[in-house]
Design a protein around this ligand. Sequence first.
Ligand code: ATP
Ligand code: MG
Length: 519
Amino acid sequence: MQKQLSALIVEDNEQDATLLVRELRRGGYDLSFDRVDTADAMRAALDTGIWDIVLSDYSMPRFNAPAALALVRERNLDLPFIIISGTVGEETAVASLRAGAHDFIVKGSLARLLPAIGREMREAELRVEKKKIHEQLLISERMASVGLVAASVAHEINNPLAILVSNLELASEQIDRLLAGALGEDVPGLLTEHIRGLAAPLRDAHEAAERVRLIARDLKVFSRSQETDCQGPVDIHSMLEFAIRMASNEIRHRARLTRDYREVAAVNGNESRLGQVFLNLIINAAQAIPEGNASNNEIRIVTRMEAAGRVAIEFHDTGAGIPADVIPHIFDAFFTTKVAAVGTGLGLAICRRIITEHDGEISVTSRTGSGTVFRIVLCAANQLASAKPAASVKALAQRSGRVLVVDDEQMLCSAIERILGANHHVTTVTSARDALGKLAAGERFDLILCDLMMPEMSGMDLHDELRRSIPDQVKKLMFMSGGAFTDNARAFLARSSSEMIDKPFKSAALRQAVQRFLQ
Ligand SMILES: Nc1ncnc2c1ncn2[C@@H]1O[C@H](COP(=O)(O)OP(=O)(O)OP(=O)(O)O)[C@@H](O)[C@H]1O
Ligand SMILES: [Mg+2]
């Protein structure tokens, strides 16, 4: 098969060029070429054509090889540049090679030309390949580090947050109850007033803590992005909402956000990675809009089903738009038009990689001055989003039990004791060893609510120890976790049949989980 080659020939002498072309075609190349002999013509050819190689004469009346080479390098083009000249001495040849030319061939002895072109083409290919691998590596590293940071931040926040949320919730409930009638007639009016005054600030604090809880939960979603096996039907709208929440700070001062959501099927994939894609696109849209005129700018997110079970998701913005000559580069790793503090140019490269992994497509249309649309198309999962069976709403019959709480955070133990204490007999310990001590001494519980990750002896160690020495209590274990799983923990959860509740939890969720467990 003929090899295709598109060569830019820099040569003033038409006969020499014809000779060269004949030589290349004889050598088996399916050649397309253009001939230039001035800087302007060369510039135009480089800017409009796609070339595999430059073959340049050394000196011409109006141009020369070093100037031609400089034009190539100015444009950061990785093009093999071979000088073919009849008149030049060794010193000039060496200087040219130093300046970045790939080879120097004497006119009249073109025998070396074909092997030289073959070699340079192969090497250029290798360079492209190497660059691609390097970029892929950097993208992977960035994705991994985002996941790691998110996981550890979420984990650090979760324990104090669990304490905060449950105590605030309890205090609010208590006050509501007092105000709703538990306060007898004999309570002086002034005290009632004071208690009423506490209700509003507590409600606000509780609401704010609830917002932090949602943020921490979102961070955990990010930390799961590394789990490639985390494939499931992804609900596109809830991941879009996740991305919108994460980007809200960037959006607020720049644009109104509008949603044009139609009913769409779930897609198969990794929800965390798709969330990352949506977040990148929303942040790009926001950053394309200058601050300060939010009411006249819009970021619009559109979802709809397309024929053949495909889900389309579009991100429209009224930002600056992307110039036509920039568009071909925006998906390249490290291509950015932003200052270093704002952009590294990895966002879209990551998006394209993730969408390709999902067998989807990502495309862009843009007009400078009027805005940009990024469009993603993904395949619908076979079944419509298999909505988890809604948690049974019918009230569970109240049943009370003996509950052992094991958590190294004393304050969290106390909070749980306050939440469950009204209905259950609650004992708390701050280490797995103390729990084991009680059990070994013969105490028995209907539920052992145990933190998964603790220093010294973890919940998993407790599980294994119980299985060995006190097997009747193993099935009483329910774990609590704030995320940030180790590989060990992940494997443990996969094989154990124990239940798990995520920290931080809402009091009602904890009460319900305990009721369900005791049924
Ligand atoms: N919605 C948009 N409107 C205008 N230009 C855009 C838009 N999205 C992307 N671009 C252009 O594409 C370039 C590359 O985007 P990309 O997301 O890959 O990197 P970045 O946003 O510059 O940096 P990073 O995402 O790594 O913080 C941007 O610098 C910008 O010039
Ligand atoms: Mg970006």
